[in-house]
Design a protein around this ligand. Structure first.
Ligand SMILES: [Zn+2]
Length: 518
């Protein structure tokens, strides 16, 4: 098995960051206090000091309110940050998904601040870097599975016109409503969102001010319905205020230039009615103004031209190199204009990606990676064992309930029979949901094979991953793996210097020459 990499230098200072992802995950994992205690003990054992930053009790997809993580990133961006590492329980706690995690890691790396995962054993070197990415992707997959679970039941509740959980938007409050009685006599309640008599008038005032063209800062100051301008924009666009509660309207997807929102198909969208707060004409007037505002905004152009290597390229003269679109081919050119010829960007990019592929995607490396992922899977399974047992017990108990209800149905009078039939329906639905959950949890426990065939298949897939990865991801990989690539356009020669230091402390370097000979 690969060695663990929790290497906190003695005498160093760092940050311990702890986040609870969802209530569901919080059940599976150590309580936050225990996580903090364990992490602090690891820091003390290494002879280092730390500050503890927490974002507790928020859901993984609720990414606006993570002041702790934002603070760490902000402090890392300061000219001279006073910490050398960030210790997290798991990598998935650092950023809401792989892309954000990569961006934040890049911020840290720029300042030589190391991100250390307590729970994930990662070998050193380029392989470790790649595994880190894979683990983050695996975690993201699990997070998506949990999210899908939550979504299923939320959609059902929304369909029935009840709160799909979570906090209602400003202007509404939660109110429990009894909708029936369970067979055992206990009340069956659901949460409904109803206008809040104290806050609703201030929401209307905000819409009126917006319709009159008052600036957002002024509206926020006058109504206190939110903290900032961007929250106000969200409020003003929310159709709930005209009485239509839309659930599951869009999905966030990864695109070439980062996150995009994709509208879900009509079948996936659930609408229900709530009491409106804002009169329809006023709501419509504000929407027109919002549309006009949006048209004035420009889409961000990141990594314009698709140059992967811009951040790490150095000309032989020592200057940086930048991409250019001025000719029929895309070129990297020396920004100091030292006179060395431009180099073809497509060929150099391909050469560097080839080098990464040849170095990382070997059968031995893949086997080590599979071992690491299986180790990770065992940790996840150990965390989830109590949850799996709970679900198995729940299914057994529900099946017993269902059998009892069916027995009761056979002897029931007609008016009672109808109610029992409804109860059976509900129990059957609960069983189906629990079975799906059990199957998902069991799926997680299956270890990956290290057979020749699977290793070859994984090699092929990783090759495809490198070729097809989004530009942002490829940029992050190259930046993570390589310190720099030095190019001499005159000598037609390029050398990549990896981030890993060899035993004698010299960074490994490899020639990238294939870019010339095509
Ligand atoms: Zn130059």
């Amino acid at each position: 098995m690969v060695g663990t990499m929790i290497k906190i230098p003695a005498g160093s200072h760092g940050m311990v960051y702890v986040r609870v992802s969802t209530a569901h995950q919080a059940e599976d994992e150590l309580p936050v206090d225990s996580q903090i205690a364990e992490l602090k003990a690891a820091v003390a054992a290494a002879g280092a000091t730390c500050e503890v930053v927490t974002d507790a009790g928020i859901s993984g997809t609720d990414f606006e309110h993570r002041p702790g993580l934002q603070e760490i990133v902000a402090r890392a961006r300061e000219p001279k940050p006073n910490f050398k590492w960030v210790l997290v329980w798991k990598l998935s706690r650092f950023g809401r998904d792989i892309e954000e995690g990569l961006i934040y890691r890049a911020v840290l790396r720029k300042k030589d601040i190391e991100l250390i995962s307590y729970k994930e054993p990662i070998p050193e070197g380029p392989l470790g870097q790649l595994i880190t990415h894979v683990l983050m992707a695996v975690d993201q997959f699990y997070a998506a599975a949990t999210a899908a679970d939550v979504l299923r039941s939320q959609k059902e509740l929304a369909r029935q016109g009840f709160s799909a959980g979570g906090r209602p938007p400003v202007g509404y409050r939660r109110e429990p409503v009894q909708v029936g009685t369970r067979y055992d006599g206990t009340p069956l309640t659901r949460i409904r969102w109803v206008p809040d008599p104290e806050a609703a008038p201030r929401v209307v005032q905000a819409f009126q001010m917006a319709a009159e063209g008052v600036g957002y800062d002024q509206i926020v100051a006058a109504t206190h319905i939110c903290q900032n301008k961007s929250s106000l924009a969200t409020i003003l666009a929310n159709p709930i205020y005209r009485g239509v509660k839309v659930f599951n309207r869009e999905t966030r997807v990864e695109g070439e230039h980062g996150r995009k929102r994709r509208r879900n198909g009509a079948d996936d969208v659930v609408t229900s009615e709530v009491d409106p707060i804002v009169p329809e004409p006023l709501w419509n007037r504000v929407q027109e103004l919002l549309t006009r505002r949006r048209e004035h905004r420009l889409a961000p152009q990141r990594y314009a031209g698709g140059y992967v290597l811009t951040d790490i390229l150095r000309c032989a003269c020592g200057a940086r190199m930048a991409g250019t679109n001025s000719r029929s081919y895309r070129y990297y050119r020396c920004v100091a204009r030292c006179g060395r010829p431009h180099v073809r960007a497509d060929l150099l990019d391909t050469g560097v990606m080839d080098l990464i592929r040849r170095t990382l995607i070997t059968p031995k490396a893949i086997r080590e990676m599979i071992d690491a992922i299986n180790e990770h899977g065992r940790l996840v399974a150990a965390n989830q064992a109590p949850e799996l047992q709970r679900v198995q017990r729940q299914i057994a108990s529900l099946e017993k309930q269902e059998a009892n209800l069916r027995r009761a149905l056979r002897t029931a009078r007609p008016n009672a029979a109808e109610r029992i039939a409804l109860e059976i329906d509900q129990v059957a639905a609960e069983i189906r949901e629990a079975v799906v959950k059990r199957d998902d949890l069991e799926q997680v426990r299956k270890p990956l094979s290290t057979s020749k065939r699977f290793v070859q298949q994984t090699m092929d897939e990783m090759t495809g991953l490198i070729d097809d990865a989004a530009l942002d991801t490829r940029v992050a990989w190259v930046r993570d793996l390589m310190d720099r690539v030095t190019v001499d356009g005159r000598e037609e020669h390029a050398v990549a210097i990896w981030r890993t230091a060899s035993d004698d402390g010299v960074n490994r370097s490899d020639s990238v020459s294939s870019w010339l000979r095509r």
